[in-house]
Ligand binder design. Structure first.
Ligand SMILES: NC(=O)NC1=NC(=O)NC1=O
Length: 243
């Protein structure tokens, strides 16, 4: 059995459970999913400040996962917080859910739309599109204008807003696929794909299958160059455990 660590970078246990369940639903029979979140940090990630805080928890979880012998890691927040830093720490592959969903969307459609949570996180998705080279593949970005944790409040309001936004995007954007822009939306993709009749892609499940593929191909994070293990130095205070 191989173990894939799926890290929810925020501290919401309910969202960690949603993410873990989505990952397990697609994992191969010989893949065990270890769904985790930081013990301390930020309850939801909705901006640059939250991402900076969450990145430390991601690194701590990657280090813990390595000690537990996981074969790869998923960063299950649509900002892919701490992705490159995590790759320096990791031996196995590290895949963020934004990059995973975007890559998958480009394989099934010439252009895709993104539906995410708060408008202030749209710039983060735009930055990732530029960083990953997908800005010409993304036709439009939309926000449901609800906070991330509205997805876990049990009312179904956020889920209905996501559905409405996806229907609008399908009608107006000229996109062939839609990317769900939050780890907490992971359980919506299959039903929306079926109802709307176009690929609605969740990054958690996409990332799990990409990590399985990378591991199957013997591809871990390259340690040749800038993703080599961090330079040895004395980290102080709360960062000592990351040495
Ligand atoms: N755009 C987002 O909603 N990003 C996210 N914040 C979280 O806390 N989890 C996400 O996926």
């Amino acid at each position: 059995k191989r173990i894939i660590q799926v890290i929810n970078p925020n501290t919401s246990r309910a969202m960690t459970a949603t993410i873990g369940a989505a990952a397990r639903a697609v994992a191969a029979a010989d893949t065990e999913i270890l769904a985790v979140c930081p013990g301390q940090g930020v309850p939801s990630i909705e901006g640059h400040f939250d991402e900076a805080i969450a990145a430390i928890g991601v690194l701590e979880q990657v280090k813990a996962g390595r000690a537990q012998g996981v074969c790869g890691h998923v960063i299950a927040c649509f900002g892919d917080p701490g992705l490159l830093a995590a790759r320096e720490l990791a031996q196995g592959p590290v895949v963020g859910i934004a990059e995973a969903a975007m890559h998958m969307a480009t394989l099934v459609a010439t252009r895709f739309s993104i539906v995410t949570t708060l408008p202030r996180t749209l710039i983060i998705a735009r930055h990732l599109l530029q960083q990953y080279g997908f800005e010409h593949h993304c036709a439009a970005l939309h926000a449901i204008d609800l906070p991330v944790l509205a997805l876990e409040d049990g009312s179904g309001l956020a889920q209905e807003k996501v559905r409405q936004r996806c229907i609008q995007a399908m009608r107006e954007d000229g996109s062939g696929a839609i990317v769900l822009g939050c780890g907490g939306m992971a359980d919506l993709a299959q039903d929306l794909t079926r109802e709307l009749g176009l690929p609605v892609i969740d990054g958690v499940t996409a990332a799990v299958k990409m990590v399985e593929s990378l591991v199957a191909l013997g591809l871990g994070t390259s340690k040749h160059g800038d993703l080599a293990f961090p330079l040895k130095k004395n980290l102080s205070g709360q960062f000592e455990s990351l040495s």
